[in-house]
Design a binder for this molecule. Structure first.
Ligand code: ZN
Length: 497
């Protein structure tokens, strides 16, 4: 190992240490910070972000990246160099004034969005969205891109993915999902979901959630579970992984599936390679791969019949009255109800991706200036009608429902659908390699799956790109068939198609 590389890694680790502090402050802000702490916290986070940026773009680190690139690296060294250089290049290309203007504009746009959504008045938000898009376009032209401008945003969340390759995959997904949703809804079958809306004491929801987390193999000595308004997983290091969930006593499933989902993210973080801790190679690959880990556990395991064959009796011990006489068939049907709802975050496994595809299409069309901001509300309604057969009754539950665009999070949405596609492909492979996998799940034995994921995915860190990982694990590139076959099989049976 050269002297330059040793120094390079030392500086990379310092960046990870600053991120560690930033993550802790952000986690605390969402969980325990008193409301009035917000102003000083914003300041502290702003200063830390500045320090991070300075160190990332410091002449010494830039020089080391150039020297090492000229000399050429191999193996793990090449991965670390490639990944740090990727982030550093972007940071160097965006001038500080533009970063400041974006941060300020997005903060004001966010406030305008809150107001617009509460009054369901899109025109209050529209001029801010125009500004955000304009600044984001400036960012794209600074950092440069090949093909569509959307690539400049997609690569932030899904490195090395290309819009031109993603579009045909997601188009195919839409073409196959729309008729499936139509067939399901046409049956008119409505599972009795009332059993999920009885009164479920919070303490017992928590006890059950913690039990499932332990069975999934989440290491509570290297992580914790708390409560926040929006559940998330934040990793300070692989030995300090913070999960949150939320409890609603009138809605049993929110906390259960929320906890399993975040725990899936958490297992990925805890399983990252120990020997690469603090270096770029020790990170997760992309948002899409991260989401595949949460979705796989939440949906393919947590919403399976086998899972509830084991866990419904466990849950009934916590709620003997509420679940008295409720059998597995009824419970399984209830947690898999398909519904054409206007709200993305409440969507089931089948309709969820259509919500994402609509957003992906619109944000791409906006950036490519094929669609004007003023046309969004109408286009949103039209496409909801085309994909799900419903027209949202107003913009608050239509185009204004998500926070993402107000925060400039463009290019983020497709990673949710990529996550579902990756999850189905990985899970299909896991079942080939472990033919008794679902029998294990039916006995509450979840560690076999965790070990498989750890070995095949988590331990790889960022040494591969998402595409390379999918090929290595499953032997073929990403295909829509795995998710569609899974959905058609499961919901075909549930809805007698
Ligand atoms: Zn997630």
């Amino acid at each position: 190992m050269s002297e330059q590389y040793t120094e390079f890694i030392e500086l990379a680790r310092e960046l990870a240490d600053i991120s560690h502090a930033e993550a802790l402050l952000s986690w605390d802000q969402e969980t325990y910070m008193p409301a009035r702490g917000v102003t000083q916290r914003a300041r502290a986070l702003g200063v830390l972000a500045g320090v991070h940026h300075e160190k990332l773009t410091a002449p010494r680190l830039v020089g080391l990246v150039v020297e090492l690139s000229d000399r050429g690296c191999e193996g793990e060294e090449a991965v670390n160099l490639r990944e740090l250089k990727r982030v550093q290049d972007r940071a160097l290309k965006i001038p500080k004034e533009l970063v400041v203007e974006l941060t300020e504009t997005q903060s004001l746009a966010h406030e305008a969005w809150i107001e617009a959504r509460s009054r369901s008045e899109f025109p209050l938000f529209a001029p801010w969205l125009v500004k955000v898009l304009d600044l984001q376009r400036q960012v794209a032209h600074r950092v440069g891109f090949e093909g569509t401008i959307y690539n400049a945003f997609l690569e932030v969340y899904e490195p090395y993915a290309r819009t031109e390759e993603l579009v045909p995959v997601l188009d195919e997904l839409r073409r196959r999902l729309v008729p499936l949703v139509e067939r399901i809804l046409a049956t008119g079958k409505r599972p009795a979901t009332g059993i999920l809306d009885r009164s479920y004491a919070r303490s017992q929801q928590e006890a059950f959630g913690r039990r499932v987390m332990a069975d999934m193999g989440f290491d509570s000595e290297a992580g914790r579970l708390d409560v926040s308004v929006h559940p998330f997983c934040s990793s300070l290091s692989r030995e300090d992984v913070r999960l949150t969930t939320r409890y609603d006593e009138d809605k049993l499933t929110g906390s259960i599936f929320g906890t399993i989902h975040e725990c899936g993210h958490g297992l990925y973080e805890q399983g990252l390679p120990e020997d690469a801790e603090g270096t770029p190679a020790g990170h997760s690959i992309s948002l899409g791969i991260h989401e595949s880990q949460s979705r796989l556990w939440e949906n393919m395991v947590g919403r399976s019949r086998e899972f509830w064959e084991h866990y419904l009796p466990v849950l009934r011990e916590h709620y003997p009255d509420q679940l008295n006489g409720v059998d597995v068939d009824r419970f399984y049907a209830a947690v898999n109800q398909v519904e054409a709802s206007p709200i993305r975050v409440e969507a089931d496994e089948v309709t969820y991706n259509l919500h994402i595809l609509l957003r992906f299409e619109l944000e791409r069309e906006m950036l490519e200036e094929r669609v004007g901001v003023g046309d969004l509300p109408e286009l949103w309604m039209d496409r909801m009608e085309a994909y799900l057969g419903i027209r949202p009754e107003n913009d608050a539950v239509g185009v204004l429902q998500d926070v993402h665009w107000s925060l400039g999070l463009i290019g983020y949405f497709p990673t949710y659908s990529l996550g579902n596609l990756y999850a189905a492909q990985f899970f299909s492979r896991a079942q080939v390699e472990m033919p008794d996998l679902m029998d294990q799940v039916g006995q509450g034995q979840l560690l076999g799956l965790r070990q498989w994921l750890r070995k095949k995915i988590h331990r790889r860190g960022k040494r591969l790109t998402a595409q390379e990982l999918v090929e290595e694990v499953t032997g073929e590139p990403l295909r829509v068939d795995f998710l569609m076959e899974y959905l058609e099989g499961k919901f075909g049976e549930l809805y007698d198609l």
